[in-house]
Write a protein that binds this ligand. Sequence first.
Ligand code: NAD
Length: 349
Amino acid sequence: MKKDIGIGVIGIGMGLDLIYLNNTLDSRFEVRGLCGLPLEKVKDAGKKTGIDFTTDNYVDLINKKNIDVIIVFSPDHLHSKHIIDALNAEKHVLVTKPMVTDLGDALKIMELVEKKGLKFAVGETCRFYTSFLSIKRMLDDGDLGDIVFSEAHYLHDLREIIPRTPWRVQIPQDFMYGGCCHPVDSLVWFMGQADEVQAFGVNSHVIEGYPIEDTYLINLKFKSGKIARVLGAYGIVKQPYPMMGLTIYGTKGTATADFTDFEPSKAKVVLDKIEHKPVMEMNFDADMVGAYGQGDAMKRYMIDFENAIVNDKKPLIDAKEGVKTIAILSAAWESIRNDGKTVKVYDNF
Ligand SMILES: NC(=O)c1ccc[n+]([C@@H]2O[C@H](COP(=O)([O-])OP(=O)(O)OC[C@H]3O[C@@H](n4cnc5c(N)ncnc54)[C@H](O)[C@@H]3O)[C@@H](O)[C@H]2O)c1
């Protein structure tokens, strides 16, 4: 396939995994520029990967004529600035999770995408795990009936990755956005737009120097009237069960899926119509590619985004879909800051 869609990547931690595109014959995407700090590191990455254009100034990257798409893999708090400037430079944009760390910024981006007529997507890996996709398929096919309620978790002893990514404590990373975006987005995927949120948060003091709450319980009521709960905890001693989980309780069946970085994942289901209600189990190979074992999920969302650009389609997680998750996370903070009162989720979009 002709390599005629130029990609510029901001952030060369997990972002460097996108280099696979240059050896992927059935993709029109080609990485043509890298931006990261410090300059010597990004120059070195350019040499190793054969990318000629390297810079420590993202403005130079987004203004390059042979670059059509900017992929944002910078630390979370910089996403909004990088996205907005790239859209204003007339580039399509895909951002890793979280979309942004502020609801006002998310709304600004949604309006800008609309005004510019450009493609925008959030690379939320949970929607692209084989285990999670399998239970979505069951729900869409009617196997589980109507959802009654659901629950999702993402637990991670982040002390293991902080030495490699110190910005998570220094900035600090807001784990409500940076962590809970995963389980909350999974619920939005299955249940749509939320109506009300009630949340509590505490600081575990397990992560040395982390100044705000890192452990959250979030209850949700959706526009449909259905309910769900989320557990997000990042200052924990590594839990002896999967890192991520999503369980859907339907009128015809209950299904659960899990995911842990670099480990095989599972989906299990019990269907009401099967006598004795055996637990049916599906086993999926571990994703061993890329940083944090997210390489296969990344490839799947890049296919979705390329299809959106080439065939003028809506990406799975476009700006409006991304805002639904950010609105919930913003409401959860408001609830925590008000002693756990119930907060209406912003829905005027
Ligand atoms: N499941 C997932 O999809 C997943 C997993 C892990 C991380 N992430 C997200 O990926 C992003 C990057 O995380 P990471 O673990 O790769 O971190 P990292 O620290 O390894 O990489 C961050 C990169 O951003 C660059 N950077 C920092 N400030 C910059 C600036 N002002 N201008 C340009 N570049 C700048 C750094 O030089 C570095 O290359 C974060 O938003 C994180 O939440 C997503």
